[in-house]
Design a protein around this ligand. Structure first.
Ligand SMILES: Nc1ncnc2c1ncn2[C@@H]1O[C@H](COP(=O)(O)OP(=O)(O)O)[C@@H](O)[C@H]1O
Ligand SMILES: O=C(O)C1=C[C@@H](OP(=O)(O)O)[C@@H](O)[C@H](O)C1
Ligand SMILES: [Mg+2]
Length: 245
């Protein structure tokens, strides 16, 4: 069995919730393209996010973020991780509801802080007391993230692979988004490259769970925080969506 994705799955939630890491893994499990709105903005601007905030301001970043998300949502179904502030825009939320499905990766302050504390790449946390700032943002934003279609709880003890499996399981409750379909490929019953068989049941166990590490310290000028090869549209394995949307 494999899965057919009908709509883009948009991962939302606070900085450090794991949207980028889990989105990457989820896309790999489902064998669909992965995109991250922050990466797209960084690539288009050829500047890091702190550089964009410093030179052009947050309002400009938010404008670009909304535009990039609109463009990505109009493409074929895949996994889209968005920056933590993106879902605050009512216009973006409406677009996501119309063209995709939102999944909130819900995490508490302690977990978020563990994940973001060592890194300087998030300009909103460049304050005198970044932990307090993170807590204030969390309190302001949680009621808005709660508007998402699905919620998956992030816990410190869940690896990235386990979290991706949890998201798969939640998505399987929505046949309008993800459908299990018989695999019509090889004769040996094995899944095609880039798939993890039936998501949700065994997806998280299909690979040894690579425990993610908290962000490492990095200079702001280092630009894009994710240097590893990504499962991007260009490099994605063949889709099994049948173009459905
Ligand atoms: N389930 C997890 N287990 C361990 N580390 C994780 C997990 N999810 C994310 N991380 C790590 O936490 C940090 C922040 O994750 P990231 O995906 O960048 O969050 P976001 O995109 O939501 O800001 C990264 O270093 C990532 O590898
Ligand atoms: O929460 C936010 O407002 C932001 C989150 C960041 O993305 P992540 O949520 O992927 O860290 C990035 O878009 C920018 O620093 C602003
Ligand atoms: Mg991210």
């Amino acid at each position: 069995m494999t899965e057919i994705l009908h709509k883009t799955v948009v991962l939302v939630g606070m900085m450090g919730a794991g949207k980028t890491a889990i989105g990457t893994e989820l896309a790999r499990l489902l064998g669909v393209p992965f995109v991250d709105s922050d990466d797209e903005i960084v690539r288009a601007a050829n500047m890091s996010i702190p550089e964009i905030f410093a030179r052009d301001g947050e309002a400009f970043f938010r404008l670009k973020e909304a535009q990039v998300i609109a463009r990505l949502l109009s493409g074929p179904p895949g996994i889209l991780s968005v920056g933590g502030g993106a879902f605050l825009s009512a216009e973006t939320r409406t677009r996501i509801t119309g063209l995709g499905i939102s999944v909130w990766l819900r995490a508490d302050l302690e977990l978020l802080w563990t994940r973001v504390r060592q890194k300087t790449s998030r300009p909103l946390l460049r304050t005198a007391n970044p932990r307090q700032t993170l807590g204030e943002l969390l309190a302001e934003r949680d009621p808005i993230y709660a508007l998402a279609d699905l919620t998956v709880d992030a816990r410190a003890e869940y690896s990235i692979a386990e979290m991706a499996g949890q998201v798969c399981a939640a998505l399987l409750s929505r046949p309008d988004v993800v459908q299990s379909a018989p695999y019509a490929g090889g004769t040996d019953g094995s899944a095609p490259a880039g798939t993890a068989g039936r998501a949700g049941s065994g997806a998280a166990k299909a690979q040894p769970p690579p425990r993610g590490e908290p962000d490492r310290p990095q200079t702001p000028s280092a630009g894009n925080e994710r240097a590893a090869p990504r499962n991007t549209t260009a490099g994605a394995p063949a889709r099994r969506n049948g173009g459905a949307k």
